[in-house]
Structures are given as structure tokens and as C-alpha cells.
Design a protein around this ligand. Structure first.
Ligand code: ADP
Ligand code: MG
Length: 390
């Protein structure tokens, strides 16, 4: 990594503004999945050990630029306090007197959580004056919000123009693992792509087409590839304006892209849909492709055998419906078996992986869906670019 991290500076005793990704799901004022809170703990712990007063900030949901109790970070702070076994002070605003008072009152190693940065419209507009008000709160800026690094907002990018910014430990870990896929993948490098839409992931295929040895396609995006090959896909989800691109990619890939040879069909998009398995050359009208079939799973298992690096983004089927979850679960099992490095990213993919119970067997589970895709597309993440070079 060519950016400085919290380990490259002596931060001892300095107040740090730490941008975390605490955009977590809430239900009835309780955090229902605290993966992102746990992921931020190493950085918080590291800074606390170095006696830094720690000011955490994050966005939560889409409050439209004004305070809205529904999007308050208060329950998140309470959950974090529980996880750490020590108090987390709350500031009712992320800038201004409220924030300044909490910041000034923080003792060495104490932790405070500032209120939702998106309660201010200037956050998403990345207004310099607002970024400067955030910067005034601390001596150093630490960005540990990998999941938001693809956005140039005041708390993810702008603030680093006013105080020195470095990467937190989660950010460093994410960039190191994903960077390996781009720069020095262990071969064979197998990329598995699925999910609903091909348009979301065309950039990733284009950028990795020559780096990956094999690209296994599943999910809704496979339908567009199959149709581009001239096959009839019945009522399946297809993006007709992506067919030309799909055709061009298949040509360029010269056999490195693997497509399903059999599929599980549903007669409607519903958990209770009737299902049947067929070859991809016999999908009748009135039916839609909902999952990859068992023959495809076997072919993909073979393609994964002996892989040095696997990157997986996007479920192989509509795994939310039990009749169409087998393809995703079988691929999860196959990835878990791989001896090489395995990286899984994407909100739904990670949910599927957790459902499979095999998450513990994956080398790295990325906390950032959109950010990990943009990184794999070869795009510069603004939140990373703004940090100090090594
Ligand atoms: P991730 O969040 O891991 O990046 P995506 O958001 O791209 O994944 O796609 C996940 C969604 O794709 C899931 O909700 C799943 O139901 C859907 N999906 C997978 N296969 C199909 C299919 N054959 N037809 C329609 N939707 C599909
Ligand atoms: Mg998703």
C-alpha cells in the first residue's frame, strides 16, 4: 500500500477524527448486524492504546441533509460501548459547539461518537467550509471507512485537505487484499461474478479480464451472456442494452469466461414458484432462470480446484428463496475448500455466505460492496487518494 497508515505516524496522545463505516441495519432502535462495528475495533483499540482521544464519525442511512431521529447514531454508540466494554460519549452534532465541547472534554484513550454526518447537506456536497469544521475537531484524520471510500464526501475526502489523513487498520487490510487481486494475484486466479445485474459488474470484468485465468458467471447477469450467445432465456431478467457489451467480452475473453450449462427455472419470481432444472438451450417461455444447475456447479468446482486466488462477488441465484439457493450454497462450499486466498465482497454475497455458515473459512470478507467493485474496476477511490502518501 502506498498510503500512510496509523502505524506510520506517531499519533501518541493526539486527538484523532476517525471516519468509520457505521452504516449498519437498525430495527426498533437496535443494531441487527454489528459486523461493521466489530471491523472498526482494531483501529479504535490501537489508538486507545496510544492514549489518543478518539472522535468517531460516520453516516447512517439517507437522512436527506437534515437531522432525523430515525437516523441517529445513538443506538450504534450504545452497541459499540457494549462491544468494547467501556463508555462511548455521544455528541448531538458532528460539527459546531456540541461537537467541539465533546472533543475538548475527551480524555486520553476515551471514545466519542459524533452524530450522523449526513444530517448536514454539506457532507455529500463535500463543501470545504464544512470539511474544515470537521477538521477543526482533531489533529489527525484517520479513514477506516472502506465501504464509503468510493464517495468524495466531506467526512471521507474533504477533511483530509485540512488535517493530515492516514488509513486505519481496516482500510489498510481491505486495500491490501483487494490490491493483491489487481497487482500480484496468485495463479490460477479465479473470479466468480453473479448478482442481479450485468451492468453493475461490466467494469470489473473488463478490468480483470486479462488478469484472471477464469471468470465464472452466475446469477441474473448470466442471462444476458446466454442471450448474447443467441440462446432463448424465456422470462429471465435480462438487460438488453448490455448484450453487445456481453458479446464483446465473450469474444475478448477467448474461453476464459465460463457460463452456466444448466439452470434452475422458476415459473415466477416468488419463493413458492414451481421449479425445474434444464439445459441452457431449452428454457421455455413463461419460465425464468433463478439459479445455476448442478452440472454447472460441478464445472465451477473443477474450475476452482487448485486456485491460488479467488475473488467472489454476487450470488449465483436468487438465494433468498430456498428452492433457488443451492447454486450459491454449493459455490460457497467450493470456495471455502480452496487452499489459496479467498476474498468475498458485496452485501448480498456476504449475507449468502453467512447463511451458508462458511464465512469462517474465507480469507477476507470485504466490508464494502460498492467500494470493492470500484476498486476492482481499477478506479481510484477518492477517500484513499486524499490520504498521505508513504
Ligand atoms: P452483491 O450485493 O453481493 O454485490 P448484487 O446486489 O449484485 O450482489 O445481487 C444480489 C441479488 O441478485 C440477490 O438479491 C439475488 O436474488 C439476485 N439474483 C441472483 N440471481 C438472480 C437471477 N437469476 N434472477 C434474478 N435475480 C437474481
Ligand atoms: Mg447487493
Amino acid at each position: 500500500m502506498n498510503k500512510k497508515t496509523i502505524r506510520d505516524l506517531d499519533l501518541t496522545g493526539w486527538r484523532c477524527l476517525v471516519r468509520v463505516d457505521f452504516n449498519v441495519p437498525l430495527e426498533d432502535g437496535k443494531v441487527t448486524d454489528d459486523t461493521r462495528l466489530r471491523a472498526a475495533l482494531p483501529t479504535i483499540q490501537y489508538l486507545a492504546e496510544r492514549k489518543c482521544p478518539i472522535l468517531l464519525c460516520s453516516h447512517l442511512g439517507r437522512p436527506k441533509g437534515k437531522p432525523d431521529r430515525k437516523y441517529s447514531l445513538e443506538p450504534v454508540g450504545a452497541h459499540l460501548a457494549e462491544l468494547m466494554g467501556r463508555p462511548v460519549k455521544m455528541a448531538a452534532d458532528c460539527v459546531g459547539v456540541e461537537a467541539e465541547n465533546v472533543a475538548a472534554g475527551l480524555l486520553q484513550g476515551e471514545v466519542a461518537l459524533l452524530e450522523n454526518t449526513r444530517f448536514h447537506p454539506e457532507e455529500e456536497k463535500n463543501e470545504p467550509a464544512f470539511a474544515q469544521r470537521l477538521a477543526m475537531l482533531a489533529t489527525y484524520y484517520v479513514n477506516d471507512a472502506f465501504g464509503s471510500a468510493h464517495r468524495a464526501h466531506a467526512s471521507t475526502e474533504g477533511v483530509a485537505h485540512f488535517i493530515p489523513g492516514v488509513a486505519g487498520l481496516l482500510m489498510e487490510k481491505e486495500l491490501n487484499f483487494l490490491g493483491k487481486a489487481l497487482q500480484e494475484p496468485d495463479h490460477p486466479f479465479v473470479l466468480i461474478l453473479g448478482g442481479a445485474k450485468i451492468s453493475d459488474k461490466i467494469g470489473v470484468i473488463e478490468n480483470l479480464l486479462t488478469r484472471a485465468d477464469r471468470i465464472l458467471i452466475g446469477g441474473g447477469m448470466a442471462n444476458s451472456f446466454l442471450k448474447a450467445r443467441g440462446l432463448s432465456v424465456g422470462d429471465s431478467l435480462v438487460e438488453d442494452d448490455a448484450l453487445d457489451t456481453a458479446r464483446a467480452l465473450l469474444e475478448k475473453a477467448g474461453g476464459r469466461i465460463l457460463l452456466p450449462t444448466d439452470v434452475v427455472l422458476g415459473d415466477r419470481f416468488d419463493a413458492g414458484a414451481a421449479d425445474k432444472t434444464t439445459g441452457v438451450d431449452s428454457v421455455p417461455d413463461g419460465w425464468r432462470i433463478m439459479d445455476i444447475g448442478p452440472e454447472t456447479v460441478r464445472a465451477y468446482e473443477q474450475a476452482l480446484d487448485g486456485a491460488g486466488l479467488v475473488v467472489w462477488n454476487g450470488p449465483m441465484g436468487v438465494f433468498e428463496f430456498p428452492s433457488f439457493a443451492a447454486g450459491t450454497m454449493d459455490i460457497a462450499a467450493a470456495v471455502a475448500e480452496v487452499q489459496g486466498t479467498t476474498i468475498v465482497g458485496g452485501g448480498d454475497s456476504v449475507a449468502a455466505l453467512n447463511q451458508s455458515g462458511l464465512a469462517g473459512k474465507i480469507t477476507h470478507i470485504s466490508t464494502g460492496g460498492g467500494a470493492s467493485l470500484e476498486f476492482l474496476e481499477g478506479k481510484t477511490l477518492p477517500g484513499v487518494a486524499a490520504l498521505q502518501d508513504k
